[in-house]
Design a protein around this ligand. Structure first.
Ligand code: AMP
Length: 194
């Protein structure tokens, strides 16, 4: 299996690149943000709970997030692989993901990090996305700021977790969408998958 974690701060382009990658490599796209938004739209109990955190720019608790991710992953019988987008966002989630994949006799192949060091660029991209999508957590400057703080406090250590295992690949996320995609494809095409 080819199992990729697509990593980066809010606004780095994870969703955009994931959509292009699943089309080319026929992988299953698992985005916890999308799962939560679908639950909010469907008015489920999980959606209500997730919304109470998302509206504040906070991470949804690990246990809830890990459980929903695992149940979504288990819906797919024999996938060629997964792209995990917006998950894991904490080291506890990364460890749970390893355990989940181990049960499937598999593991994370690589973590692809979209590097966007300029905070102003991230905020600008998120605001534009908010206008286009109507996403409330993309439209409020305070929520955006909180999400970025959560990223640096809780999520950035996840990068070290994978780097320590020699699984990290950093790529420049401020190139054009097509340039970033080409760099990702060159990297993925060079990976030997067991
Ligand atoms: P995203 O669409 O990935 O930007 O996620 C939107 C929001 O959903 C985040 O700001 C969090 O509140 C929540 N969320 C998404 N994925 C996770 C995760 N792996 N762990 C905790 N909260 C998450």
């Amino acid at each position: 299996m080819l199992n990729l974690v697509i990593f980066g701060p809010p606004g780095a382009g994870k969703g955009t690149q994931s959509a292009k990658l699943i089309e080319k490599y026929h992988l299953v796209h698992l985005s916890t943000g999308d799962i939560f938004r679908a639950n909010i739209k469907g008015g489920t109990e999980l959606g209500l709970l997730a919304k109470s955190y998302m509206d504040k720019g906070l991470l949804v608790p690990d246990e809830v997030t890990i459980n929903i991710l695992e149940s979504e992953a288990n819906k797919h019988q024999h996938p060629k692989g997964f792209i995990f987008d917006g998950f894991p966002r904490t080291v506890a989630q990364a460890k749970a993901l390893d355990a989940m994949l181990e049960k499937k006799g598999s593991s994370i192949t690589s973590m692809i990090s979209l590097e966007v060091p300029e905070l102003d660029e991230l905020v600008k991209r998120i605001m534009i996305r908010g206008k286009e999508s109507g996403r409330s957590d993309d439209s409020d400057a305070n929520i955006i700021q909180k999400r970025i703080t959560e990223y640096f406090d809780k999520t950035s250590p996840v990068k070290e977790y994978y780097n320590a295992q020699g699984k990290g690949f950093m790529t420049n996320g401020i190139l054009t969408i097509d340039e970033v995609f080409e760099n990702l494809c060159n990297f993925i095409d060079g990976i030997k998958v067991s």
